[in-house]
Design a binder for this molecule. Structure first.
Ligand SMILES: Nc1ncnc2c1ncn2[C@@H]1O[C@H](COP(=O)(O)OP(=O)(O)O)[C@@H](O)[C@H]1O
Ligand SMILES: [Mg+2]
Length: 302
């Protein structure tokens, strides 16, 4: 009996072994396929992230280029407007300056001889004087904006420039002025009168942006790599709307009544003429910072 079953059992064992082998081969193949899928999935992932990176790079490039084009267009409009303004300024500006000077002298004379005049007369003389000063400033802005005289650079201390500009600005008591000018700050090489005008305009704008008072912070810092000193004038005022920021340095952009919007044109022209640059950062409702970078004085004393 046992002997009869032997070949049968042998056959079954062999059949089982064959099936086992087939199964093992199948398993191996499945493992190879799984590895292949894994590799392909990884390759796909890598290709996808490379595409994403390239896409982001392209977007960044388009953004950069658009920004450059917009800036170039702004500059073109600015130059065209300045050229047009130049023609008007030369005639009107000069023609107005003379009569304004005459009226100013006359008021000065009247104030001198009418020391005993009544309050109303003196008040009116004061009003005329203030208005003449306003008109003279507009004419000066107009002439300065269109014709930048070649600078006469000198070795100048930033602290002295800022002190003088603050003196001339009549900052109201509601505005607290904070100065942060390191004693070790190197001197700069600029035309002092032109830089006075730049600082005067920026401080005045800062003060005007804070009709209810606030803080005016004036700081200066040296950049040893670029050999520049950056003067920053920060106010806690109204801030500048994003849609206005690109137009700030355009001639005749103003949001104020009875102004012609040339202060920042003068700031930009004079700063550039002195080898510097101006930047603005502003947050509506929180204030603005205007930063002027100027070349350090690197002349060696003899
Ligand atoms: N510090 C500032 N805060 C808020 N707005 C400002 C500031 N400086 C300039 N501006 C805006 O820029 C405009 C143009 O300034 P500017 O060229 O000096 O001309 P103006 O002061 O005569 O209006 C201002 O009317 C104002 O809207
Ligand atoms: Mg101004």
């Amino acid at each position: 009996m046992t002997d009869d079953r032997q070949p049968e059992l042998q056959r079954r064992i062999e059949a089982l072994e064959r099936k086992n082998k087939l199964l093992e081969e199948g398993l191996h193949q499945a493992e190879r396929l799984r590895q292949m899928f894994d590799r392909t999935a990884q390759e796909l992932k890598a290709a996808q992230s490379q595409l994403q990176r390239q896409g982001a790079g392209l977007e960044e490039k388009v953004r950069e280029r658009t920004q450059q084009l917009l800036a170039a267009q702004e500059e073109l409009v600015r130059t065209e407007k300045l050229a047009l303004l130049g023609q008007i300024a030369d005639t009107v500006g000069h023609e107005l300056r003379n009569p304004l000077g005459v009226i100013n002298n006359a008021v000065y004379f009247l104030q001198a001889v009418l020391v005993d005049a009544d309050d109303t007369t003196r008040e009116y003389l004061g009003i005329i004087k203030d208005e003449i000063a306003d008109a003279e400033r507009i004419v000066s802005d107009l002439l300065d904006a269109v014709r930048t005289k070649p600078p006469r650079p000198e070795r100048v201390l930033v602290a002295a420039l800022i002190g003088k500009a603050l003196d001339k600005c009549n900052v109201p008591p509601s505005v607290t002025v904070r100065l942060d000018i390191p004693e070790t700050l190197p001197a700069i090489r600029v035309d002092p009168a032109q830089m006075h005008q730049v600082l005067w305009n920026l401080i005045t704008n800062g003060v005007e942006a804070m009709p209810d008072g606030g803080a005016l912070e004036i700081g200066a810092a040296e950049d040893r790599v670029t050999k520049t000193v950056t003067v920053s004038i920060r106010d806690s005022g109204s801030g500048i709307k994003p849609e206005h920021q690109a137009r700030l340095f355009q001639p005749m952009f103003t949001t104020k009544a009875r102004r012609i919007g040339l202060g920042l044109v003068v700031v930009k022209n004079l700063t550039q003429a002195n080898g510097g640059s101006v930047e603005v950062e502003s947050e509506p409702g929180r204030g603005s910072t205007f930063s002027v970078s100027l070349p350090c004085d690197i002349t060696v004393a003899a």
